[in-house]
Ligand binder design. Structure first.
Ligand SMILES: Nc1ncnc2c1ncn2[C@@H]1O[C@H](COP(=O)(O)OP(=O)(O)OP(=O)(O)O)[C@@H](O)[C@H]1O
Ligand SMILES: [Mg+2]
Length: 243
């Protein structure tokens, strides 16, 4: 019974002309004016960076922006447990639990080694719950499940196609490959995504320097410069490029 009532809520897929037209705010101060006003609705964006670069904070900030605007959001974590994510977010003033309790946010931890067909389940959950923003943190862990680069590329492509069919705007995080400070772990992630943003972090004690670069964003005129950013008590703030 419940299923049939949910079915009626399923959104029609965007028409071709509706794709890549509406810009939505990223929630990161300083980013939207580098990317022609914001992310394109329905787009998927990979955020790559080393440990501690700010990928999870970026993701929470993107979700928080959606929640503030009344959107239904989903945060899938393969790493930290939901309690940790909520605690981290709260330290920036983002009370995710409030939205979780009111049903506006689905925040779940999934075990990448026990998740056989995440793609279909995720697609169904997004459609049934009318989700418009989703975070997957991180797809690198999901990739560990697969044997080789071909399989990873195929599965990521499948995941991205499934996300696209739901019209959701998706932020996916990816870890940097060791020794190469911009390449995602498996070397395929940024090719299959619509957009790729790199967070650099040359961390030397407290004076670590953080910067961000939009490497690729389909259908978007964007800055290609590297811009310094800070993690403040209100989250990530991007500053103007010094170049
Ligand atoms: N309140 C804060 N003020 C300033 N910097 C902070 C604050 N909270 C966290 N940070 C910085 O952010 C880093 C963690 O950011 P985040 O968890 O988003 O990184 P990540 O890229 O997701 O890392 P990982 O790959 O390990 O998951 C911390 O190591 C710290 O340097
Ligand atoms: Mg993280």
């Amino acid at each position: 019974m419940a299923k049939s009532s949910k079915k009626s809520k399923v959104k029609k897929p965007l028409k071709k002309t509706e794709f890549y037209t509406e810009r939505i705010k990223s929630g990161i101060p300083g980013l939207d004016n580098l990317i022609s006003g914001g992310f394109l609705r329905g787009q998927n964006i990979i955020i790559t960076g080393p440990a501690g670069a700010g990928k999870t904070i970026f993701s929470c900030q993107f979700i928080w922006e959606g929640l503030k605007n009344g959107e239904k959001c989903m945060y899938i974590t393969f790493e930290e447990i939901p309690e940790e994510i909520k605690k981290d977010a709260l330290s920036f003033g983002w009370d995710l639990e409030k939205y979780e309790k009111s049903g506006k946010l689905i925040l779940t931890h999934k075990d990448p080694f026990q998740t056989t067909d995440i793609t279909t389940r995720l697609q169904n959950e997004i459609i049934q719950s009318d989700i418009t923003r989703v975070v997957i943190d991180s797809i690198s862990l999901l990739g560990l499940y697969f044997k080789d680069t071909h399989e990873i590329r195929r599965e990521l492509y499948k995941l991205i196609c499934a996300l696209k069919s739901t019209n959701v705007t998706a932020v996916m995080t990816a870890e940097t490959r060791e020794g190469i400070d911009f390449a995602p772990r498996f070397g395929v992630e940024e090719y299959v995504a619509d957009a790729s943003i790199i967070l650099f972090f040359s961390g030397i004690g407290e004076s670590g320097f953080r910067s961000i670069q939009v490497r690729k964003m389909r259908n978007t005129k964007h800055s290609t410069n590297t811009h310094p950013f800070e993690i403040t008590k209100n989250g990530i703030i991007i500053h103007k490029s010094e170049i």
